[in-house]
Each structure stands twice: as structure tokens, then as C-alpha cells.
Design a protein around this ligand. Structure first.
Ligand SMILES: *Cc1c(COP(=O)(O)O)cnc(C)c1O
Length: 393
């Protein structure tokens, strides 16, 4: 018996454990202080009422012989895939229902998609990066190269003609930097991928946070259907982080190396995945109803207002940042050239506010810091007041 030695190449991720450790130590030594967490990467508002209603009704269906459901279709129920297709149509993007796979979330799909690709592909990720893209490919033994996101390119890495990549992960609006690609920028990536016979794996988990005229989907870009797979999720859009539902789109025309990628993924899912439960698919469909959209947008607007409160303060302080506008994340340059962890300790000790050190997301995160808008309003306002008080010159 031999284990997968690629696991030895994983870099231990101490980020959130270290944050918890330092926060708890501080609280132990300063029991009278109230610490506000602006590092939360999880939603905090409850599910929309219409979504809960649909989930309850779905559960009732399972209680009766006439409406009981067993195994669902591998690719998800037709009514949900059609609702997703109509949702894309609402912002002008054509995604047929039969190119949609419903899943238990984008994290698993982003990682599992590697099953359909050979181990000897070169994977390109932007740095800083959502760790799932890196670790899942290290587990598979793939070579990983990095495209730098930095202040010079507004934390939106662009393709380099001299670099050869086979698989490209893009996340826009980005976690952790909050930056979002423009139509022209995404077109450059699509052109690069088509020219180099590469595949773009596009993570659109934060598309619902876009407020400006920016692409909500890679398929808003001409040429994307011959080079891109898109992942999306109801986690951040509709508070499904605990409920679990996402979807992956593979255009039927997408082929590489003589194979149809839709067919490969269908076979993979049919082998290793037995679908999403009936109550959850009912709840997901409710998200895409007219009333569902209205209700989930209220929650998103709440987070967006928090983001605005944070970014306005940074504007006042003259601190460089990306995100906040089209993203729940605000990615800022640590003041006075402090390191990420140095600023973490400074903010914790002097303002009793916790955020996420940027270097936890990659080399280019050194000297940067992530704040999130997923907290509640009162705490966000108070944290921002303390930050302003601490950093004003
Ligand atoms: C939160 C998040 C997701 C969503 O993952 P789920 O498994 O659907 O909860 C996907 N991609 C990124 C970059 C995220 O931050």
C-alpha cells in the first residue's frame, strides 16, 4: 500500500488557525476588550424566507409516497437548470439548460474538475489565490505556475504570451483581492486560451456582487465557449454556505485532445456523485424566482453597504485598496509598509479589530490585508471608527 506522496508537497495552511490563536491570546490577556472580526469569509445573514419555504415544501414532498423522490438526475433537475439558464439570460448571457450541472458547491467542483485532465498539464493561477485551486492540483501532481496580481495591474493579473499554460484558474470578482476583470481584460484571457489550446476554469462565485458594467460570466466574452468552464455557487449569492448548492457550466462544443469535456464531466459525475437533495434543489430554484431574486438582493445590498462603509474610510485615510465595489472583500495595502502579520497584530492590539493577513493567499499578498463585509452593520461601523481613529495622521 502506498499513499499519495503529492500530499507531502502541500504547504501547511496555518492562516486561520494562526488568526484564531493570536485572537484568543489577545482576549485572554485583555478580557475586558471587545474584538470585532472583519475577517469573516462566511455569510452571516439567514436564508431568504421564500427559500426556506421552498425547502420545507420539498421536505414535505419526501414525507408522502406520491411525491417522494429518490436519486436525482446526475446533472440536476431540469426545472433548476432551466431557472439557472433563465438567470443568465436576464443579464444577456446564453447558457442552455443542458450545459448546466447542479452540484453541492463550487469548491468541490473546482477541485474535482481535475479528474478529467491529465496530471501532466501545467496549471496557471493568479497570485494571491483562493487556496483550493493550488492544493487540489498539488494533490494531483500537476505543475503550478503563478501570474502576479499586484498594485501595478490593480490586482488583476493578465496573460503573458511567453508563458505556456494548459489550465488557467480565474476568479472574478476575486477572492481575496475583490478586483473584477473588465470585458477587455477577460477577452485577453479568452484569446490566450483559444490560441494556446488551454482551458479556463472560471470561478464566478461573487458575480452577484457586481455593481458596475463588468462581465458576470465568462460567457459574456466572445470565444469563451470554445475554451472555458464556469463554476458558480449559491453560497455567497444566497447564503447557501451551509445549505450547499452550486453549478458548473460546460459548453457542449468544448473539446480538447479529441475529447468532449461535457461528456467527460458527465461520466465523472455519474461515477462519483449522486446529486443534490430534492429540498435543496427546490430551495435553489426559489432563489431564481422573481421574489427570490428580490429577497436575496436585499441581503447582498446589506453586505454591499458594509463594504462601502469600509472602503469610504480607506478613501478618507488615503489607503490603497481594491475591491469593495463589486465584491464583499476589501484588499488594502498595509499602512507604513507594515508586513501583513505586523499589521494584523497592530490592528488587533490597538483597535481590537481582526482581519486576514494577505500573505496567507500567496507571495503577492505580502504587505496586504483583507477585510470583509460579511459582518453585521453595527460592528462594521464600530470597527471602521476604530480603524479611522488609529490610522488618521
Ligand atoms: C466561497 C467561495 C466559493 C463557494 O464555494 P462553495 O463550495 O460553493 O461554498 C467558490 N469560490 C471562491 C473563490 C469562494 O470564495
Amino acid at each position: 500500500m502506498k499513499t499519495n506522496k503529492n500530499f507531502n508537497n502541500l504547504v501547511p495552511n496555518y492562516l486561520f488557525a494562526e488568526i484564531a490563536k493570536r485572537t484568543n491570546n489577545f482576549l485572554k490577556e485583555n478580557p475586558d476588550k471587545s474584538v470585532i472580526k472583519l475577517g469573516i469569509g462566511d455569510v452571516t445573514l439567514p436564508l431568504a424566507p421564500i427559500v426556506v419555504e421552498a425547502m420545507k415544501k420539498g421536505a414535505d414532498d419526501l414525507a408522502k409516497k406520491e411525491s417522494f423522490k429518490g436519486y436525482p438526475d446526475y446533472e440536476g433537475y431540469e426545472f433548476l437548470r432551466q431557472a439557472i439558464s433563465d438567470y443568465y439570460k436576464s443579464f444577456g448571457v446564453d447558457v442552455p439548460a443542458d450545459e448546466v450541472f447542479v452540484s453541492d458547491g463550487a469548491k468541490s467542483d473546482c477541485g474535482n474538475i481535475g479528474d478529467i485532465f491529465s496530471a501532466d498539464n501545467t496549471v496557471l493561477v493568479t497570485d494571491p489565490v483562493y487556496p483550493v485551486y493550488v492544493d487540489s492540483n498539488i494533490m494531483a501532481g500537476r505543475k503550478i505556475i503563478y501570474a502576479a496580481s499586484n498594485q501595478k495591474n490593480g490586482f488583476a493579473a493578465m496573460p503573458d504570451e511567453n508563458v505556456k499554460a494548459d489550465i488557467i484558474y480565474l476568479c472574478s470578482p476575486n477572492n481575496p483581492t475583490g478586483s473584477a476583470y473588465t470585458y477587455d481584460q477577460l477577452k485577453e484571457w479568452v484569446d490566450y486560451a483559444n490560441k494556446n489550446n488551454a482551458i479556463i476554469l472560471y470561478d464566478a462565485a461573487y458575480e452577484a456582487f457586481i455593481t458596475e458594467d463588468l462581465p458576470r460570466s465568462i460567457y459574456a466574452i466572445e470565444g469563451a465557449k470554445s475554451c472555458a468552464i464556469e463554476f458558480c455557487s449559491l453560497s455567497k449569492t444566497a447564503g447557501f454556505t451551509g445549505t450547499r448548492c452550486g453549478y458548473t457550466i460546460i459548453p457542449k462544443q468544448l473539446e480538447r485532445d479529441g475529447e468532449n469535456l461535457y461528456a467527460l464531466w458527465y461520466r465523472r459525475q455519474a461515477t462519483k456523485f449522486n446529486g443534490v437533495s430534492w429540498p435543496v434543489q427546490c430551495a435553489a430554484a426559489a432563489v431564481f424566482s422573481q421574489e427570490g431574486q428580490k429577497q436575496i438582493k436585499e441581503n447582498i445590498a446589506y453586505y454591499q453597504e458594509n463594504a462601502k462603509i469600509i472602503s469610504s474610510a480607506l478613501d478618507e485615510l488615503g489607503i490603497y485598496y481594491t475591491g469593495g465595489k463589486n465584491s464583499p472583500y476589501i484588499w488594502l495595502k498595509c499602512p507604513d509598509n507594515m508586513g501583513s502579520w505586523e499589521f494584523f497584530d497592530f490592528l488587533l492590539n490597538e483597535a481590537n479589530v481582526v482581519g486576514t493577513p494577505g500573505e496567507g493567499f500567496g507571495k503577492n499578498g505580502e504587505g496586504y490585508f483583507r477585510l470583509t463585509s460579511f459582518g453585521d452593520r453595527e460592528n462594521t461601523i464600530e470597527a471602521v471608527r476604530r480603524i479611522k481613529e488609529l490610522l488618521k495622521k
